[in-house]
Design a protein around this ligand. Structure first.
Ligand SMILES: *[C@@H]1O[C@H](CO)[C@@H](O)[C@H](O)[C@H]1NC(C)=O
Ligand SMILES: *[C@@H]1O[C@H](CO)[C@@H](O)[C@H](O)[C@H]1NC(C)=O
Ligand SMILES: *[C@@H]1O[C@H](CO)[C@@H](O)[C@H](O)[C@H]1NC(C)=O
Length: 486
């Protein structure tokens, strides 16, 4: 294995091919060449949380190729085939990182917003944040990422609606932003790139949010404001739970008629800790794969909120945490050959028509007359933003230059990204990465065991990301709202 990896690494530059673009067919993501259905095996990737997003100093989570190479190599061994990245600057060059993740067989789910002022919708007074400058920012993100074949899709919003109160005004604006992004993509991209919404798993508003975004206005399937995918951030499976105890059964029952792909844009409840990740067998098992298209684990890098799989130190060395090896073991226990690369379902789907009666919760918006484009936005759509447009570049070095330590403190040597051959995406168990420690060694009796408290993150984010901040609240609401439905 070592010899083979070294050889592949040496020939890397010529082997760096592209993953096949994915497209939406009915309720599934499908490989645009083979037509096979695709399940997301994802990881949220935002080192340092929102303080990792620092455009004024030329920094965001995909701006440093050296760092991406390290993390792509590790996530390859983990088994990930998709990363979700929240806060990105349209003015930074992401070519090296995007090309590395592409060669590693990983797709990208990109949020077009950021926590900075003027870079996301205000959920209580959305009209104040819906203006040409804001749309220009989202379109610039489109330009920056549209040419990467491994771009899976864009999120037009993340947890903008988290209660009936925020569901009162925000939905038509989120739908308008979806419309504007799809209009811009149609005018300026070479392919149809999926645009969707990432919802908070607040059961009062989840079904209404999904229906509000998936329905077709005037019954028009090609209605540009209709979402191409719907995702939710769900933390209801905690510890040794089950399909029914976690409420996953209710989600499957709710979404079984979906007309667009549904998946977890975040999962991974962290109490108890360390995590056992027993949800993996269910997420990729027969009870769910007919309705859900997989999920994105929250999250790759450790932050103070303790959801990380690996601690990134200030010298850019990495210490794997128990959760990394546990999750890897759970992925390795799934027979991905029977989950991935299977023919997409051909059963017909019904797209609901947008009408007030589709919305159940009293107080949730049921008005499908969308806000019109703000002044100046049409000109930007017609002319294009004129910003930075990304492209795949040749990568000459696949070797990881940073120290990575396993859970027992041993150093991983010869760690490198293994560029996959054309049309391949990464699969759990197919890449052992590094030679000193067997990736199958999930022994948790090492030095770090039970000492997660002392493995404190070295990063000191000045503020938490919107996603990170939302987590505790979502958990609280899921318990309060979600489980009362049982
Ligand atoms: C639109 O975005 C581009 C790229 O970030 C920027 O150069 C330009 O100044 C922006 N224009 C407006 C009107 O905000
Ligand atoms: C629906 O929204 C539109 C646009 O904001 C508004 O003009 C219209 O009055 C609203 N309709 C109802 C019934 O509230
Ligand atoms: C796995 O790790 C443990 C703890 O460090 C070690 O004792 C054991 O020899 C390792 N097993 C393999 C197969 O590498």
């Amino acid at each position: 294995m070592l010899i083979q990896s070294a050889l592949v690494a040496a020939l890397g530059a010529t082997l760096a091919n592209a993953v096949t673009t994915l497209e939406v067919k009915g309720r599934q993501f499908v490989n645009s060449k083979t037509g096979d259905a695709f399940q997301i095996v994802g990881a949220a990737y935002q080192i340092g949380g929102s303080s990792g997003y620092d455009p004024s100093h030329g920094k965001d989570p995909l701006s440093d190729g050296d760092i991406c190479r390290r993390d792509a190599a590790l996530m390859q061994t983990l088994g990930v085939n998709t990363i979700r990245v929240y806060n990105l600057s349209p003015d930074l060059n992401h070519d090296e990182c995007a090309s590395i993740f592409n060669a590693a067989g990983m797709y990208m789910l990109i949020d077009v917003n950021s926590p900075l002022s003027g870079e996301s919708l205000n959920s209580l007074k959305p009209w104040e944040s819906y203006y040409a400058g804001y749309l220009n920012r989202t379109f610039a993100i489109v330009d920056n990422f549209k040419n990467y074949p491994n771009l899976l899709g864009f999120f037009s919003g993340n947890e903008v609606i988290d209660a009936v109160k925020t569901g009162a005004e925000a939905p038509p604006y989120i739908r308008a932003v979806t419309r504007d992004l799809k209009t811009y993509i149609k005018a300026h991209a070479d392919r149809q790139i999926p645009v969707g919404y990432s919802a908070a798993d607040v059961r009062d508003v989840l079904e209404d949010s999904w229906n509000f975004f998936q329905c077709a206005i005037d019954g028009d399937d090609n209605d540009m404001s209709r979402a191409d995918m719907f995702a939710l951030n769900s933390y209801s499976w905690c510890g040794e739970s089950s399909f029914t105890e976690s409420g996953y059964d209710q989600l499957v029952a709710m979404f079984k008629t979906t007309s667009i792909p549904v998946f977890y844009s975040e999962f991974g409840c962290n109490t108890p800790s360390p995590r056992v990740f027993t949800e993996i067998g269910t997420i990729y098992g027969t009870q769910m794969t007919g309705v859900f298209s997989g999920g994105v684990v929250y999250e790759y890098a450790q932050e103070p909120n303790n959801y990380g799989l690996a601690t990134v130190n200030s010298d850019n060395s990495v210490d794997l945490l128990d959760d990394f090896r546990t999750l890897q073991k759970q992925y390795n226990g799934v027979d991905f050959k029977s989950v991935q690369n299977v023919k997409a379902a051909t059963s017909s789907i019904t797209i609901p028509e947008c009408k007030a009666s589709l919305i159940q919760e009293d107080g949730f918006n049921n008005n499908f007359t969308l806000p019109v484009l703000p002044p100046g936005a049409q000109k930007i759509i017609s002319n294009g933003v004129g910003g930075l447009v990304g492209k795949i570049v040749d990568i000459s070095d696949w070797t990881v230059n940073h120290v990575v330590k396993d859970i027992d403190g041993t150093k991983l040597s010869n760690l490198a990204v293994t560029p996959l051959s054309d049309d391949e995406s990464n699969t759990p168990g197919s890449n052992t990465g590094g030679s000193s420690s067997s990736s199958g060694n999930t022994t948790t009796t090492g030095a770090n065991s039970g000492s997660s408290g002392s493995a404190a993150p070295q990063l000191a984010p000045t503020k938490l990301s919107t996603a990170a901040m939302a987590v505790p609240m979502v958990i609280a609401l899921s318990f309060a709202a979600g489980f009362s439905m049982i």
